[in-house]
Design a protein around this ligand. Structure first.
Ligand code: V55
Ligand code: FE
Length: 483
């Protein structure tokens, strides 16, 4: 197989890989880090350790490079290590890349046929004191939350039969269970899916198998006290695509969107599929139910939101159709029809990476934050307008505010941090990584969560640039296991 050893397209500055592990014991701070914050902020970025073996690839395909920011008494320490997946171990032993393109095993070196291709690069998620590195094409990976050592894939003691575990589980605040799902559960491109619940002790309590209406990138889902909601949006694939060396996913403008609604106490036979016209959704703010009425808050775009997974019909990427608007989809599990038309726009501030105060997952939430793209603001030449703003909405009184980071910056997904463990919903801070595209350095910015427009209360300065990441989560010190 040809061995290109190249870093093309999405691998150039400012998206170039970091390719390093290390520690910084005490990061310099501008302003003041709240002294009472004691805990860890985990975040992860895709970051290919070896130069790619294929000429083309997408940013989603890097090895998981996991970081922890430790907060204690106003000081912040940084630690970063690779997720040592089976894939990365094989590549380290060979001294070069062996795995080819994103979710295309047909592009791999023959020596790694049949190996798990996961990278653990999407979400570092803590449940019951266990840190998982998650990637939706493979099982969950157990990590040591203190040393960031990789313990390996888990099938929950042999109980998980599906081959995949979503990067977006939720924690039910009542039972403490981690509620999750998988797609492509019997192998790549299969329509088999699973719904799972894991106890705080790490026991897989259930695995319900069901079939999706079509194979697609089911990246996130909704969990309420009584239902789970599976969104099917037309980011699709096929073996023909993979054989033709196209990107794994492409957007199909002809297929409808479905919401699969299943009672959490129910089974596959209880799923109702509600149908809506062609559109796109990816991440989820939150979901809740009032009786059989289900509320599902998601950023929704009219068309394809990901330029590196082009439209199947070859039409050029359309940034206006790609911009997602926070939207409320409402369906009634007890209704007679199978269409859902009830849609409320929640904001005209377009963007993605929605977050709430996660202590209120599965219940009606009152505060929401997301990254906002605003093409009317100036931006650094060559870097595009990007996500340079944080949007906030009070869901009770409709009050909205926004913080613009400035033309030198792109922002990464925000994370809400409660002022204290028992603080009221929304009372606390927002942690945001801000990439300074001019200085080529990253800052960890801390905002007052209910007054983002006031700008940072502190800027924690990293002495290097982090690559654009996916997700991050705060863990209070009291919820970290003993070191
Ligand atoms: C997403 C990210 C992924 C992936 C599939 O944000 C979807 C969506 C970082 O990897 O594999
Ligand atoms: Fe995600």
């Amino acid at each position: 197989m040809a061995h290109f050893q190249t870093d093309t397209n999405y691998y150039l500055n400012p998206a170039a890989p970091g390719r390093f592990e290390g520690q910084v014991p005490d990061l310099p701070v501008e302003g003041e880090v709240p002294h009472h914050l004691k805990g860890a902020f985990f975040r992860i970025q895709p970051d290919p350790l070896f130069p790619r073996m294929t000429e083309e690839d997408v940013y989603f395909n890097g090895d998981g490079l996991l970081a922890r920011f430790d907060f204690d008494n106003g000081q912040v320490r940084f630690t970063q290590r690779y997720v040592e997946t089976d894939k990365l171990k094989l590549e380290k032993a060979a001294g070069r890349a062996l795995f080819g393109r994103y979710r295309n095993p047909l592009t791999d070196d023959a020596s790694v046929e049949g190996k798990i291709r996961g990278t653990g690069n999407t979400n570092p998620f803590v449940h019951g004191g266990t840190l998982y590195a998650l990637k939706e094409d493979s099982p969950a990976i157990v990590m040591d939350p203190w040393t960031l050592e990789t313990k390996g894939y888990t099938d929950f003691g042999g109980r998980m039969k599906g081959q995949t575990f979503s990067a977006h589980p939720k924690i039910d605040p009542v039972t403490g269970n981690m509620v999750s799902f998988g797609y492509g559960s019997s192998g790549p491109l299969t329509t088999d899916c699973t719904y799972m619940e894991v106890s705080p002790q790490g026991e897989l309590l259930k695995e319900v198998w069901f079939k999706a209406p079509y194979y697609c990138m089911m990246h996130d889902f909704g969990v309420t006290q009584d239902y789970v909601i599976f969104p099917i949006a037309p980011m699709v694939s096929s073996w023909e695509r993979l054989q033709a060396n196209k990107p794994h996913f492409g957007f199909d403008k002809t297929l409808p969107v479905y919401l699969g609604v299943m009672p959490r106490q129910g089974d596959a036979k209880d799923i109702r599929w509600f149908k809506a016209p062609n559109q796109n959704a990816c991440h989820v703010f939150n979901a809740w139910n009032e009786g059989t009425k289900i509320f599902f808050d998601v950023p929704v775009s009219r068309g394809n939101g990901l330029h590196f997974f082009p439209d199947l019909d070859g039409s050029p990427f359309n940034p206006m159709e790609a911009l997602a608007l926070p939207t409320r989809w409402i369906v009634d599990y007890a209704s007679t029809g199978d269409e859902f038309k009830k849609v409320t726009r929640l904001s005209s501030m377009g963007g993605e990476f929605p977050r709430i105060d996660d202590r209120f997952q599965t219940f009606r939430h009152h505060h929401a934050w997301w990254l906002v793209a605003d093409p009317s603001k100036p931006f650094t030449k060559g870097c595009g307008p990007g996500f340079a703003n944080i949007g906030y909405k009070n869901m009770t009184n409709g009050y909205e505010s926004v913080w613009w980071a400035g033309e030198e910056y792109h922002l990464q997904e925000p994370c809400f941090v409660p002022r204290s463990k028992d603080a009221p919903e929304g009372d606390g801070y927002l942690i945001v990584l801000a990439d300074n595209l001019v200085a080529n350095l990253t800052e960890l910015v801390i905002l007052d969560a209910l007054a983002v427009e006031k700008g940072p209360v502190a800027r924690v300065k990293l002495p290097f640039r982090l690559r654009s990441g996916l997700h991050g989560n705060w863990v209070d010190a009291s919820q970290m296991p003993a070191a």
